[in-house]
Ligand binder design. Structure first.
Ligand SMILES: Cc1cc2nc3c(=O)[nH]c(=O)nc-3n(C[C@H](O)[C@H](O)[C@H](O)COP(=O)(O)OP(=O)(O)OC[C@H]3O[C@@H](n4cnc5c(N)ncnc54)[C@H](O)[C@@H]3O)c2cc1C
Length: 609
């Protein structure tokens, strides 16, 4: 058994920042991560960090752009905190040694990004995330913060009161990838989940194989609701064959999108008459798919992104990485030919419901970064707004878990008197089935009189034994591929009721098949088969919440388009969707959006670019 004051699960941008803050607040802090910190997915971030740094820009403009970009589904207190804290927190990175790109006069460079009214995106070439990780990891090492890397966190240890709002998180259970040991980690003050996104729920994604929604699933099964899961961002410029991202920085620097007829379709067909290629991501992604549907796509599949006119010097200075990606993954030389691009799953706007201090409704359980929903992105995230979220809310979660007083939050969490229940009839029974149920894996003689952590360790050891002892059945990869294809086929950019119901049926089948899952690799060292089998279980839970949210929200807002109701319905839908795991079954409820900021209310307007 290991013991620390604050345990941070995940060592990406959010986890590293949370750990530094918790350590600075005086807590004995440790990071537990399935990857080495600098291999975390934050390292793939290319474009930059939004922060109002320059004269002429200010945090209020940043907040306004973010509320508009969110299609008025973000909570104003969170958005204003993001916009107010981003400049100082970005400059702190600079003081820690982050090598931001600079102008001739030495000032930090900023570039335009989609949906921004000012060039506010601060960057380090096209490798911003890589430098962000290295800069913060140096600070972690400098402070002597303990890192348990290559430890896979399997579950949380929480008490089991009937109402999740009364539960307490006591620690985590983790699997040592190098030795196969399952151990408990006690957290005296708090556990912070910073486990990143669930992109692997989809087939075509810009996310790494490590993005499996583990934190989402663990928090969900412990009783913390998942919020606005239906809002998935599809990035307009991923490479068709692999899903690898071509940064929005290309369009920020002046890159142009063309259809197969050589037309600059964003303007030609009126998708975004003012901002063109730099309209918000949801707008550009839909435009590209419309072009393909109208028969103007290249090879009936994608469109072209052209940066040749920017010139070799500028491309090499600011976008060199893009040249390598296009060459390595698509065999295209971006200096002499346009690059093929199409929409790919990229980001989850929703996540574990938290307040401005990163706290969930479960005492001692926090979440930050992409796995959390505070909510600053609402229905659609603006490019460059995820990285500031990591550093602003990672910092706040770390400080609060370590005991700093950050004031009373305005955002409420958990089931309460301000929520509205959902009464949609579901086409298939969602939720646990048989051995797939989190409780069923506990049927291994767990002593009831021991504490929550000891019980959780026993349960997870029993789960590993059960998976390893079975010598035939279905392999997880088969189930995962079926799930990913269903999500990409039916819960993609364009959605309708029939398709989403089909996805829910397939998810149900995946659950049933998972009861017969087995691990083929018998080894106790670096058993990726075992780890991925557990991750697949998490993906099933997370995919189901995405599909459920998409089914009940019958309106078109931000990244969520519904064929049956192609308008934003503010009268009925200015509310967050919450899905919570209630005795093995998802239950759905809603909480109103907070549009009142410190000094003004963000009245919903038509969102045009
Ligand atoms: C290709 C790409 C480019 C992007 N570019 C930008 C950009 O330019 N600007 C911007 O603002 N946003 C960008 N984004 C979004 C942004 O990069 C991500 O949202 C963000 O980096 C996520 O950071 P994180 O700390 O939440 O998670 P991650 O960086 O994914 O880290 C997750 C951590 O959790 C650990 N972990 C996960 N599960 C477990 C488990 N079960 N046990 C133990 N550890 C676990 C992992 O090891 C990892 O350390 C981009 C996203 C992608 C995919």
């Amino acid at each position: 058994m290991y013991e620390h004051d604050v345990l941070v699960v995940g060592a990406g941008g959010a986890g590293l920042r949370a750990a530094i803050a918790a350590h600075e607040a005086g807590a004995d802090t440790a990071i537990v991560s399935k990857l080495h910190p600098v291999r975390s997915h934050t390292g793939a971030a290319e474009g930059g960090i939004n922060a109002a740094l320059q004269e002429g820009d200010d945090w209020e403009l940043h907040a306004y752009d973010t509320m508009k970009g969110s299609d008025y589904l973000a909570d104003a207190p969170a958005v204003e905190t993001l916009a107010q804290d981003a400049p100082e927190d970005t400059m702190r990175l600079e003081h820690w040694g982050m090598p931001f790109s600079r102008e001739e006069d030495g000032r930090v460079s900023q570039r335009p990004f989609g949906g921004l009214s000012y060039p506010r995106t601060t960057y380090a070439g096209a490798e911003t995330g890589h430098h962000l990780l290295h800069t913060m990891y140096e600070q972690v090492v400098k402070r002597g913060i303990q890192v348990y890397d290559e430890w896979y966190v399997m579950n949380l240890a929480t008490t089991d009161e009937a109402d999740p709002n009364d539960r307490q998180c006591e620690g985590i259970v983790a699997y040592d990838v190098q030795t196969g040991k399952v151990e408990g980690f006690k957290a005296n003050q708090g556990v912070i989940l910073a486990t990143g996104g669930p992109g692997q729920a989809f087939d075509h994604t810009t996310n790494a194989v490590s993005c499996t929604g583990d934190g989402h699933a663990m928090a969900y099964r412990a009783g913390a609701p998942l919020e606005d899961m239906e809002f998935i961002q599809f990035h307009p410029t991923s490479l068709p064959s692999t899903g690898v991202l071509i940064s929005e920085g290309v369009r920020g620097e002046g890159g142009i999108l063309y259809n197969n007829d050589g037309e600059r379709f964003m303007f030609e067909y009126g998708y975004a008459n003012n901002s063109g290629e730099l309209a918000s991501r949801d707008v550009v992604a839909r435009a590209e798919l419309d072009e393909v549907a109208e028969g103007r796509g290249v090879e009936d599949e994608y469109v072209h992104l052209d940066m040749r006119h920017l010139g070799e010097d500028r491309i090499l200075d600011r976008l060199e990485n893009i040249l390598h990606l296009a060459e390595d993954f698509e065999g295209v030389d971006g200096l002499v030919e346009p690059m093929p691009v199409k929409p790919g799953q990229h980001y989850a706007m929703g996540g574990i419901e938290v307040d401005e201090n990163g706290q969930t409704c479960i005492d001692g359980l926090y979440a930050a970064g992409e796995c959390a929903c505070v909510s600053v992105h609402g229905g659609n995230r603006l490019g460059g707004n995820a990285l500031p979220e990591l550093i602003v809310f990672g910092k706040r979660a770390g400080a609060h878990a370590a005991g700093d007083d950050l004031g009373e939050p305005e955002i409420r969490t958990g089931y309460g008197d301000d929520v509205e229940d959902d009464d949609t009839e579901l086409p298939v029974a969602p939720g646990a089935s048989g051995l797939d149920s989190a409780d069923a894996v506990a049927d291994g003689g767990v002593a009831a009189e021991t504490g929550a952590l000891e019980q959780a360790v026993e349960r997870e050891r029993a789960r590993v034994d059960r998976l390893m002892d079975k010598d035939s059945g279905v392999q997880h990869a088969e189930i995962r591929a079926k799930l990913q294809n269903a999500m990409t086929d039916y819960v993609n950019v364009f959605r309708n009721e029939e398709g989403i119901e089909k996805a829910l049926e397939i998810i149900r089948e995946c659950r049933e098949e998972y009861q017969d899952v087995y691990v083929d690799d018998p080894s106790t060292t670096f058993n990726t088969d075992l780890q991925q089998t557990i991750e697949t279980r998490n993906l099933i839970d997370v995919a189901e919440t995405i599909a459920l949210g998409a089914l009940v929200r019958n309106e078109f807002r931000g990244a969520h388009w519904r064929q049956e109701n192609q308008v934003r319905d503010d009268e009925n839908w200015l509310k967050h969707t919450l899905v919570s795991w209630d005795d093995g079954e998802p239950s759905i409820f809603y909480r109103p959006v907070i549009l009142e900021g410190e000094e003004k209310t963000y009245e919903p307007k038509v969102r045009s670019y």
